[in-house]
Design a binder for this molecule. Sequence first.
Ligand code: BES
Ligand code: MN
Ligand code: ZN
Length: 509
Amino acid sequence: MDYRYTVAQGPALSQINADALLVILTGDHANTGDPVLDGLAEQALKANDWALKGGKVLYVHRPAGVKAPRLVLVAAADASGKAFKAAVGKGVAEIKDRGVAHLAIAVGAGWPLEAGHAQSLVLAVADATYVYRHTKPSAPKTSGLNKVTLLGSGAQTVNLKAGLAQGQAVAEGVTLARECGNRPGNYCTPTYLANEAKRLGKEFKHLKVQVLDRPALQKLGMGSFLSVANGSDEPPKFIILQYEGAAKSQAPVVLVGKGITFDSGGISIKPGAGMDEMKFDMGGAASVLGTFRAVAELKPKVNLVGLIPTCENMPSGTATRPGDVVTSMSGQTIEVLNTDAEGRLILCDALTYAERFKPAVVVDIATLTGACVVALGHVHSGLFSADEALAQALLSAGQQAQDTAWRLPLDDEYGDSLKSNFADMGNVGGREGGAITAAVFLSKFTKAYRWAHLDIAGSAWKSGGAKGGTGRPVGLLTQFVLSQAGEGALKPQASVAAKKTTKAAGKAA
Ligand code: BES
Ligand code: MN
Ligand code: ZN
């Protein structure tokens, strides 16, 4: 994205010099403050050409008395950041194919514009103008939009500028995550994700990136992770990203992202219908990369570690069989009752590896279960944590970023169905409460630190006509990481070492 975003305190709206003028109004902020535009809006309302109802759009070409050759009025449901974002999205969709290079955006008189609105604006513009082209060069060229001016009054300018800057960084991260997700499985391989991480490491001097190959993973004892990669010819990778924004002595936030670049189900193979969408099964990994992209640009005073176990889940003569028992890095053994419950198998070893960073908190992000989609649909990501303060911090980051999560329970009882006669645990429970049993499985590897799990199976991508990655939850995660800079930061769990439950983890660290 090469847009320039600015805040300006312009002349009367009708005298603004831009290729298009977009004005967002609500019932409570129905006046633009400019008599020419107010007259025009009033006429449109009277003629039933437009209504002050959330989402209603009026496009006017060369309106009399208005300098901008294109005028778009959009009604927002209310003055909230959420409604504002939706309205900007509608407005940009209206002009993006009309050869607009410079877009000016204003709101109704008296609208309390805040930094959050500015951030929403950038995200909405990025979302409305994103085009996937990598394997479809015939896709329409990206719109010629290259400058967006937010019209705000003098006192708001500093806040709005900060909001625009944060929005731009997050938008870059979201776009990176979307692009990774959208690339087909034969393009976006574990090696591709590793190279993307290395590229970030080169671009941002304060980002360190390391990639572990199979022999290193064998040495670490990541038997669970490696068992998922067994059926594929694509080599597995373990990506480690480190951003140092605070003193070395400060415990880091650790993000762990599921990076299954294609999930066929393995020997427990999935049905054919919709299987293509399992190229999005690296959405957790993509969101970690996207968050690092945003954080590297915003440079908050925190330490951040990203861990990405990535491989393919494929059937073959060398694939793991149902009933096989594998030994995780923690030393705990796992009976693989269903090779399609592979996400937890790669995450558990990454979660054990996380112990060595003596983290303040660990958050894993995974397109983990279809059951989570059944429970929450595509609106909220699923959040699981026994840690009250951490859960609240993540929920509120989601609210602020308009990238929301909903908390689900994590009682140990849900793990009863994970019992196995042949290993310390099985990798699946029953069908009921499937998103929760998956989370309880992961919890068995996270005793050494404060931990939360985000199941993004319903939020990482869209199906149907608008099929494609969403870049979620880069917004939530970035907001959360920013919230961990400075005073309010969550402190590590007391006596990390004492709480270590596993032999191998201690040895490896
Ligand atoms: N990647 C899938 C989860 C998934 C399925 C996400 C559908 C989005 C849409 C995961 O690896 C998986 O296959 N989970 C199984 C678990 C089951 C075997 C216990 C599932 O959800 O069916
Ligand atoms: Mn699966
Ligand atoms: Zn999967």
